[in-house]
Write a protein that binds this ligand. Structure first.
Ligand SMILES: Nc1ncnc2c1ncn2[C@@H]1O[C@H](COP(=O)(O)OP(=O)(O)OP(=O)(O)O)[C@@H](O)[C@H]1O
Ligand SMILES: [Mg+2]
Length: 180
C-alpha cells in the first residue's frame, strides 16, 4: 500500500489538534504540526493586528523537505494543511463543527469579536471544505462533523471510511439552515 500522508484541516476550534494526535497514534504515524513548523522556520510575516501570515510557498517547500526526509505514515495538521501540494497528500480530512457550538468555543479564547465572527462565518459557509475539494478533488477529501463526536470515535469513523464501510464524502454537512 502507498505511504499514507493525511492532512487534517478545518476552521480554528474544530478539534484538529486533538483529532490528529489520536489519528497519528492509531496509525503509528509521524505527526507534523504545521503551525509549529511555520513558527520554527520563521516562514511568516506579521499583519497589522499581529496575526501571523504564513508564506505558503515556503511552507510547502519545508513540508516537502520533511516528507522526503522521513518514511512511514504521516499526519499533518493545521489550518493550512489542505493547501499543501496535491501530489504529496493521500487524504485530506476536514473537521466541521456546528457554528453555534464553534462560536461558544472560540469565545473562551482571547479572540477579538471580529475574529470570532470571521471564523464562525467561514465555518457556516464551508470555506475550507470547498477550498479543499477545489485543490484535491472530491475523491481525496473526507468531511467529519465533530459537533457530537469524540476524537476517538472520529478516528474510528475515518478508518471505517478507508475500509469502504461508510462514506465521508464532502457536502453532507450543511450549516446554512442553522445560521440564516
Ligand atoms: N470532538 C470534540 N468535542 C468537544 N470539544 C472538542 C472536540 N475536539 C476539540 N474540542 C475542544 O475544542 C477546543 C479546540 O480544539 P483543538 O485545539 O484541537 O482545535 P484546533 O482545530 O486544533 O484549533 P486551532 O485551529 O486553533 O489549532 C479545545 O478546547 C478542545 O477541548
Ligand atoms: Mg490546533
Amino acid at each position: 500500500m502507498a505511504r499514507l500522508v493525511i492532512a487534517v484541516s478545518g476552521t480554528p476550534g474544530t478539534g484538529k489538534s486533538i483529532f490528529a494526535r489520536a489519528l497519528a497514534k492509531k496509525l503509528n504515524a509521524q505527526m507534523i504540526d504545521l503551525n509549529a513548523l511555520i513558527r520554527r522556520k520563521k516562514i511568516y510575516r506579521l499583519d497589522v493586528d499581529g496575526t501571523k501570515i504564513a508564506d505558503l510557498q515556503k511552507m510547502r517547500r519545508e513540508f516537502v523537505r520533511t516528507i522526503r526526509a522521513s518514511r512511514g505514515p504521516v499526519v499533518v495538521e493545521g489550518l493550512l494543511a489542505h493547501l499543501l501540494p496535491k501530489r504529496y497528500l493521500t487524504h485530506v480530512i476536514i473537521l466541521r463543527t456546528k457554528p453555534k457550538v464553534l462560536e461558544r468555543r472560540l469565545r473562551t479564547r482571547k479572540y477579538s469579536k471580529v475574529k470570532i465572527r470571521d471564523n464562525v462565518e467561514s465555518e457556516a459557509l464551508s470555506i475550507i471544505l470547498w477550498e479543499s475539494v477545489q485543490a484535491h478533488g472530491m475523491g481525496k477529501v473526507y468531511e467529519i462533523d465533530m459537533t457530537k463526536l469524540r476524537s476517538d470515535a472520529a478516528v474510528k469513523l475515518f478508518s471505517d471510511a478507508l475500509d469502504g464501510k461508510v462514506s465521508l464524502r464532502p457536502g453532507k454537512v450543511d450549516w446554512l439552515e442553522e445560521v440564516f
